[in-house]
Design a protein around this ligand. Sequence first.
Ligand code: SF4
Length: 496
Amino acid sequence: MCGVVGIIGPDEAAKEVFLGLFTLQHRGQDASGILSYQDGEGPGFHIYKDNGLVESVFSGEAVNRLPGRMAIGHTRYSTVGTSDNKTDIQPLVLNYPYGIGMAHNGNLVNYHQLVQKLKNEKKRMPLTNNDLEVIQNLFADALLSVSDGAEKLQFSQIGQAVKEVMSQAVGGFSVISMIAGQGMLAFRDPKGIRPLVIGRRDTMVKDASGSLVKKDAYCLSSETSLLSFLGYEVIGDLEAGELVFINLEGKLERKVLLQEGKAKHCMFEWVYFAGAESTLEKQPVYTARLNLGKGLAAKIKDLIKAGEMNPEIVVPVPETSRIAAISLSEDLGIPYREVLIKNRYIQRSFILNTPEKRAKAVDLKLNPVRSEIAGKNVLLVDDSIVRGTTSKRLVDLVRRAGAKEVYFVSTCSPIRYPCYYGIDFPNPEELIATGRDEQQIAQALNADKVVYLDQESLQDAIGVKDMCMACLDSRYPTDISAGEVFRQKRLGDRVR
Ligand code: SF4
């Protein structure tokens, strides 16, 4: 999972991208990068990227060296390679047949097949382990064959090239790209698995004579929170399989190029990944999370009535589950207590990519309030239980603080199958729910009871009809015949 942003129009687009990246930091914390483009004489592209959080990578000086009226930015969450490997940091740049800068969020199921094809048929030698490099090469090749190196590209030519990418690349991907001398494009995979939104606002720019003139500025982003933060009016989500192109004069064109049946948006965006202030597919993330808590409350009321549990306080696991825990507590009439105090300088633990790092992070980042926990039956609320490493540590932490009984509830249904679309759970054997029922999971977590929201209630709570839930029910929205190779290679290449 990563965050992407692209801005075209304002005089200092990279400065806006830099600010915007802070609102996408939760989507990836391994690396950050910005690529800007200045039309006219000179080198055109300017890039700065490194491992680390946005704040630590970019000094004001670095951003000042990124001129031009269009720029793209990226926050990286690495699923392959080493997290200190700098070659995989985005954006990536290709200089043939046009200067093409690109950033994306997602994964290709058939990445390894496409790499082989590029090597064998096109004699390309990939420089990274990054799916984006494959997308970029497919796009560059297709663009060359449809444009014949034309000075000014037509929207239809860019569309043909993107459609070729969509027909070859199998997976979930949202891509933002700049073509030197042409403009900015963005597209979403044919199932719309990964999110991508667009917004517009007026901007004042200097014309050739130095006078200020009003122009359209556009912003593309993984989430709407970034658009509102920078003052862009939300136009909406790109549709599944849709291409948007904005040329250097600010003319916007858009078209759905390829759709295969119904869209399948990743449910995990509402459950965990997206910022609570964002709205995706017209469904506010905050509302979805409130509803997740209400759905759980209905189930827990029955368990209390049946004498299977007797919670005395509702405790959220910071940060994501807080909203669901509030509505859960309201509906149950049981006090809500924020008694796991977070050290805000430690990264989100699920996003950390090795079990050792995750385990360490829980110990470092949360301090329990013993005076409120000791002697009570605690209902711990988390957004999901993935590998169980973090969940078990949390149960132990609360027990050590003196809790009488500890119940662990998850707003997400049991995750039992791998994700091939950009979330780092490729190995079902690592998922605690694989091959275990709720009682066995409770045992493995050392909890007195584990409660999950069922899949139907999860869907109702989010309120989006067409969602991918493949990690819950193995109904994958794309061909996954290349999935086994993907899994084995990913496990071999896994972030160390
Ligand atoms: S498999 Fe799960 S995590 Fe992956 S895209 Fe589908 S819903 Fe999201």
